[in-house]
Ligand binder design. Structure first.
Ligand code: BG6
Length: 484
């Protein structure tokens, strides 16, 4: 079956950094369906040849050592460009004509990929509808929307409404690239393809969960987007809540979009949004010290570049088990980890000295980098009586599987072409996630509380983050990738 992938905002960064490299890689691996065409649409004028040349350079750069010019030469003729303006109905009419010509009588499944600035999502969808480009008499029409999906609950609902006026929900694929990561999908496999974890994956055995996404990078030149958006909207509403839902959800009956997303939605529904008082106690916000010197950042910016949020999932499995979510820029290293911290053994007959909450069994799911899993457990130290030490068992993807970890967009693009929405956010999921984040963002903004703590780059956020965790009777697992 033929496919047309139409990228709106084609001259932007995402297209050259992620989308085209992912499509190229799929082609190189022989996974791109036969007769897949890519059509770029944006205002900049390019001929097909000029766009292909530009993409050749960027793809070679971003794909790196697996780039092969010969494969590119095979792939390039299926890449096209059509200049146009999202605000201009005539440009959509001419795009429709161009696509019809390219596809010929045979037609094609179409994927409309919105990779524009978010303010163009609604107009683009409306234009597609008005130009009659969404009708499906013979072939499927699908819409992919990049993040951010709204900036709060209200704008997300409005966007969902605008999208639903033109597309049915089953045609819509909202991207959260974390779901395209192999290790994130592996959370489902770890939990639901093994029988040994599920029996202990609950409040009887788990003390708390820590989900940390630490980034070493600062915001660099992204102030135009980031300042004002901040850590809650940039990372919590999407990536961190996705990691939480996958960790906390019940087993779906099938690996299929509706079943998987129903279970994720149930988790989000079980999280009671924080009240203003809760926000003061259960969240923390910080800004790295040089943030206000970054180009384009307001000199008095209160934008948080670090945040901690404690959430509770009110259901039988998780009652009383806090989920500590934490993410920040300019941290000591790049690491994304889900740490399942188990309870202490009910009765300890060995001398262990004073115990901390960090000395119990722990499962560390190392999402990135050095993808893998580490299990911590007590062992007898040989030849010193009954002395114990926490030791570990390691699993590293790169040791067990050949080849590089694929970029998230490869899987996601292929899934859209195949019509599998399991790894995409549904409308209710996005709205529920905003419903959790909005009250936190509103309190941070209205009260300037908790105070915005400054922190030095290269650490684990504001110094009082340690005390904050002690007040919650726990300790952070501050560790750069546990696996190398
Ligand atoms: C993006 C955020 O969605 O995710 C960025 O906008 C962040 O601020 C990035 O750096 C992190 O993604 P990854 O895949 O590098 O963990």
């Amino acid at each position: 079956m033929a496919h047309s992938i139409v990228i709106f905002g084609a001259s932007g960064d995402l297209t050259s950094r992620k989308l085209i490299p992912a499509l190229y890689e799929l082609r190189r691996k022989g996974r791109l369906p036969e007769q897949t065409r890519v059509i770029g649409f944006s205002r900049t004028q390019f001929t097909n040849e000029a766009w292909r040349e530009k993409l050749y350079e960027s793809t070679a750069q971003f794909v790196g050592k697996s780039f092969d010019s010969a494969v590119w030469q095979e792939f390039a003729p299926s890449v096209f460009y059509h200049a146009g303006d999202i605000g201009d109905a005539d440009d959509f009419a001419s795009l429709a004509k161009y696509l019809d010509e390219l596809e010929g009588e045979q037609g094609a499944t179409r994927v409309y990929y919105l990779s524009t600035a978010p303010q163009f999502y609604e107009p683009a969808v409306a234009q597609l509808g008005a130009a009659g480009m969404v009708d499906e008499p013979h072939h499927k029409r699908r819409l992919v929307i990049e993040k951010p999906f709204g900036t709060d609950l209200q704008s997300a609902c409005r966007l969902n409404q605008a999208v639903h006026e033109v597309f049915a929900e089953h045609q819509v694929y909202r991207i959260d690239h974390y779901l395209g990561k192999e290790t994130v999908q592996n959370v489902l496999v770890l939990r639901f393809a093994n029988s040994i974890f599920e029996p202990i994956w609950n409040r009887n055995y788990i003390d708390h969960v820590q989900i940390t996404a630490a980034e070493e990078v600062t915001i660099g030149h992204r102030a135009g987007y980031y300042d004002g958006v901040g850590i809650l909207r940039d990372m919590f509403q999407n990536h961190l809540l996705q990691l939480l839902t996958l960790t906390a959800m019940e087993a779906p009956t099938r690996f299929e979009a509706t079943a998987v997303r129903d279970e994720k939605v149930k988790v989000l529904r079980a999280i009671k949004p924080l009240s203003r008082d809760d926000v003061l106690i259960d969240t923390l916000r910080g800004q790295y010290r040089k943030y206000r010197d970054e180009p384009g950042v307001a000199p008095d910016s209160e934008t948080a570049t670090f945040g901690v949020v404690k959430l509770c999932v009110h259901n039988w499995r998780w009652q009383g088990v806090p989920f500590f979510l934490r993410t920040g820029k300019a941290m000591s290293c790049r690491t994304t980890q889900i740490v399942i911290q188990f309870r202490q053994a009910p009765h300890m007959m060995f001398e262990m000295g004073p115990q901390t909450t960090n000395q119990t069994n722990r499962l560390v799911i190392q999402v990135q980098p050095a993808e893998g899993i580490q299990l911590h457990f007590h062992t007898k130290v040989p030849d010193v009586g009954m002395k114990l030490r926490l030791t570990d068992l390691n699993f590293l993807f790169k040791e067990k599987f050949a080849g590089e970890m694929p970029e998230a967009y490869q899987r996601l693009l292929l899934d859209v072409m195949q019509g599998d929405a399991s790894l995409f956010s549904r409308s209710d999921e996005v709205e529920l996630a905003w419903g959790i984040i909005d009250p936190i963002a509103a309190t941070w903004q209205a009260t300037s509380l908790p105070p915005l703590e400054l922190y030095e780059a290269g650490g684990w956020g504001p110094p009082n983050s340690t005390e904050w965790m002690q007040r919650h009777d726990r300790e952070w697992f501050d560790s750069c990738p546990v696996l190398k």
